[in-house]
Each structure stands twice: as C-alpha cells, then as structure tokens.
Design a binder for this molecule. Structure first.
Ligand code: UD1
Ligand code: MG
Length: 450
C-alpha cells in the first residue's frame, strides 16, 4: 500500500539561536530532517512532503539530496501542528493510502516503530505513537479506554487527573490520507494556546465513530531537539548507538568513546579502529583494515587489510585498494591508490591514480591546482617516487619509473625511465670553514658597534 510521509519542520527553533532552519542542524553528519526521512525509508514512502517555514529553499535542497522526489510546502505562519499538516493537503489530494506524520526535529524514531504503526492502521483509523514518560512534563497526554484512544489532551488544557497520566504523545501520527485531511479540516483553535492542534483529530475521529489507538515506543526514540545542548545530547546518544553496533558487528574499537561516527559509516568485521578517529559522512572501511590513531576520514573507501594513519586525512574520493599503506601526515583526495601501494609520510595525493605496489616517498606533492583549474596526475604501477618530488599536473609517470629526490616533474615520464630534474651538486673544498670564519667576524663587528 502506498505511504506518504509528512515531516513537520516549520517551527522557528528560537532556542537554537541560529540562522539555519532547526531541522538542518546535524546529528552525526546528517541534518535531523534526513534522520527523520531515513526512519521511514525502510517503508519506501511513495511521497515525502516536508512542511517548512523560514529557510524553505535550504530545507528543500537537503530533502532532495536524500530523496530527489521529496517536496517542500510552505507554512508561512506557524498556527499549530494541524495547520502545518494542512499545508500538505493540496499535494496529497489524490493520494490513496496512509500518511505518516513525523517531526523534523525528532531524529530517532526507529523504522520498526513506524512499521508497527502502519500495521496497527489496518485495524484502526487513527494510530498515534505514545511513550511512557519518566517525566511527563508538558507533553500531550493520551487518554485511553482499553485499546481505544479516546483523546489527546495538551498539557496546558489538561485537568489535574489528566496531568497525572504518564502515557504521552510523541507527535507521530498514522491515518489514511483522506481521513487525516477530513479530520484536520474540523480542527479549531479554541484552546489555551489559540493553536490548531493536530492532537485534536483523535477526539474528532472518535466522535465520528472512527477508531483510534496508540502504539508505544521507548522514550529515547522520541527525543526532540530544541537547543544546542539537546543537539549535543542527541549526537552523544547517536554515537553510543553507533559504537555499540560496531562492536556488536565484530569491529575492534580500542577506545570506543573517542571514535566519532557519521550516520552512514560502514565498517567491516575485524576492522581495527585505534583511538581518536573521526569518520565524516560517506566512509566505508572493509574488513581487517586498520585505522590508526588521530585519523580523519570522509567520503572515502578503505579496502581489506589496508592500514591508514596515524594522523592521516582521507578526503572525498579517496579509494584505497587492498593492502595499501597510508602513513602519518598524508592527505589523499579524489585519488585511487591501487593494491599494495605505499604513501607513508608527509604527502599530498590529490586528483590522481597511484598504481599498484608503487612507493611514494616522503614529502611528495601532486601539484593539482594551478590557481584556476584542477589537473590529474597518473602514476603507474611499481614506480618509486623519490622523496620531495613535485608532480606538476597534468602529468603521467609510466610503470616501473623512478624519480630522483627533489625532482620537479613537469613532463610525462616514460615506462621504466628515471626522471632527474634538480640542479647538479658542486662541492667546494675547504670553503665551509672559511665561510664560517668570515660570518663569525661579521657578527663580532656588529656586536662591538652596538
Ligand atoms: C507537540 C504535541 C504534543 C506532544 C509533543 C511531543 C500538538 C498540539 N502537541 O507539542 O502533544 O506531546 O509535540 O514533542 O501537536 N510545527 C510546525 N508548524 C507549526 C507548529 C509546529 O511545523 O505551526 C512543527 C515544529 O517545527 C515541530 C513540531 O511541529 O517540529 C512540533 O511542534 P511543537 O511546537 O514542538 O509542539 P509541542 O508544543 O512540543
Ligand atoms: Mg516540541
């Protein structure tokens, strides 16, 4: 059955004190909005509608980057959660199926929870996600009668008895799309806040003889973010989860609390991650690879048995084949390093290929940028690039070629050739001692005059 996803994200997020729309603040390298979209992704929603307020263009760009069919509708005035959902009506008027409403600032709803709600929708017209709150605070309260949900009361409008209820509203709703919008049409704003409450649809549904129920989840899934402190808490919770999953999947983390993951980090079994490693978005590390301490990786792929670091930086497009070695203070960007190649010390390899088993000496730089354009360096297999070689791209180094230390390579090197481009050395016998004496005399004269 077709599913539509409606994500609410028009709230101002005043407490974030930010120019960025709240739903675009990141948890583990992805906007909260994308976390919400990922929660529902397993159910393959046919349509995704994001309700945005200020910064709608930025919100749209982020939504489309995750799902190019996503649409953003504008809620220019924030008149309440029912009013927010109502903005999606025109783009869902022909939708046959169920709609799920999620909040864009609640990033941790589990896919299984949403699946349970969709399953419960088969026997109930309206399904609400509730949770038993340790501290129910100002959450809306779910008033149950057996398995029937009678109504949701907002804290501000609740009686003492209702405030004593600990089963709270998470905000996630599932209903048949046309039923949802019919119910929303009937919602008014005569309440303590003067807002159009989405929660009112439950009582309206019941008064029309429809059935409503609540599915529950763990409170941790409903964690919402309203401030920078809560954003940091959300990130910490997410990191703990990623670390536990990695350990569970057979990855060694020597000091788990010091390893930072992104939402999409993939690490194979028997990989070994030393302390203080940061994984930015888009990293895959294959099995039995080792990432040594203080390395920073993003948008890259590390194959089996490769060793990276300590203090290495792999930037987007770095592709390391099996058994590659990348050592300290090495930066690799948009480059294929083929099987068994070694780039061990103080080197920049950007926009390049390094052929299999080649050895790149310390201090080698691919000069890939001329100030305007980027150019490619192609290094063949089984080469030896001497220390402090500058490869001025575009340039090609043939298989089995060698460069002498300090060479500035400005033209292609044929297979098996040695390139040597540096000023020949001249030794002047005894001149060092004479020069020292002269310089020392000059210094003494200066001191006297001072
Ligand atoms: C809402 C629920 C409450 C629930 C709580 C869970 C209602 C009336 N109340 O209250 O029962 O316990 O969430 O956190 O629904 N938004 C818009 N446009 C608006 C108003 C809100 O897009 O006009 C978005 C916000 O950006 C946010 C979400 O809807 O993502 C929830 O809004 P918020 O104001 O936080 O609702 P609460 O008062 O917390
Ligand atoms: Mg809220």
């Amino acid at each position: 059955m077709s599913l539509a996803l409606i994500i609410l994200g028009a709230g101002k997020g005043t407490r974030m004190k930010s120019d960025l729309p709240k739903v675009l603040h990141e948890v583990a390298g992805a906007p909260m909005l994308v976390h919400a979209m990922k929660s529902a992704a397993a159910l393959s929603p046919e349509r995704t509608i994001v309700v945005a307020g200020h910064g709608a263009e930025q919100v749209e760009a982020a939504a489309i980057a995750f799902d190019d069919a996503a649409r953003v509708v504008l809620q220019t005035e924030q008149l309440g959660t029912a009013h927010a959902v109502a903005q999606a009506k025109s783009v869902l008027s022909d939708h046959e199926g169920d709609s799920i409403v999620l909040y864009g600032d609640t990033p941790f709803i589990e896919p299984d929870t949403i699946a349970t709600m969709v399953a419960a929708r088969k026997t109930h017209d309206v399904v609400i996600l509730g949770f038993n709150a340790a501290d129910p605070g100002r959450y809306g309260r779910l008033v149950m009668n057996g398995d029937q949900l009678q109504k949701i009361v907002e804290f501000k409008d609740a009686s003492e008895a209702e405030r004593a209820i600990t089963l709270c509203n998470s905000g996630v709703v599932c209903a048949k799309t046309d039923v949802l919008f019919d119910l929303i049409d009937a919602v008014g704003n005569e309440n303590a806040s003067g807002e159009y409450y989405l929660t009112d649809i439950v009582e309206i549904a019941r008064s029309r003889g429809l059935s409503a129920t609540a599915v529950t989840c763990d409170e941790s899934e409903t964690l919402g973010v309203n401030s920078r402190a809560q954003l940091a808490d959300a990130d910490a919770i997410f990191q703990d989860k990623m670390r536990s999953e990695a350990l569970e999947n057979g990855v060694t983390l020597q000091a788990p609390a010091t390893v930072y993951f992104s939402h999409d980090t993939v690490i194979g079994r028997d990989a070994f991650i030393e302390p203080n490693v940061v994984f930015g978005p888009g990293v895959t590390v294959e099995s039995a690879a080792r990432i040594r301490a203080f390395s920073h990786l993003e948008g890259c792929h590390v194959s089996q048995n490769a060793i990276v670091g300590p203090y290495a930086r792999l930037r987007p497009g770095a592709e390391l084949a099996e058994d590659v070695r990348v050592g300290n203070f090495v930066e690799i960007k948009n480059a294929q390093v083929e099987a068994g190649a070694k780039v061990n010390h103080l080197t920049y390899v950007g926009d390049a290929r390094v052929g299999a088993r080649s050895n790149i000496g310390a201090g080698t730089i691919t000069c890939n940028y001329d100030g305007v354009m980027k150019h490619h360096t192609d290094i063949g297999a089984d080469t030896f690039i001497g220390s402090n070689t500058l490869l001025v791209a575009p340039v090609k180094v043939g298989d089995n070629a060698m460069t002498a230390s300090g060479t500035v390579v400005t033209s292609d090197i044929p297979d098996a050739a040695l390139a040597l481009a540096r000023t020949p050395q001249v030794n002047k016998p005894g001149l060092a001692v004479k020069l020292f004496a002269k310089l020392k005399a000059q210094k003494a004269k200066l001191k006297k005059g001072a």
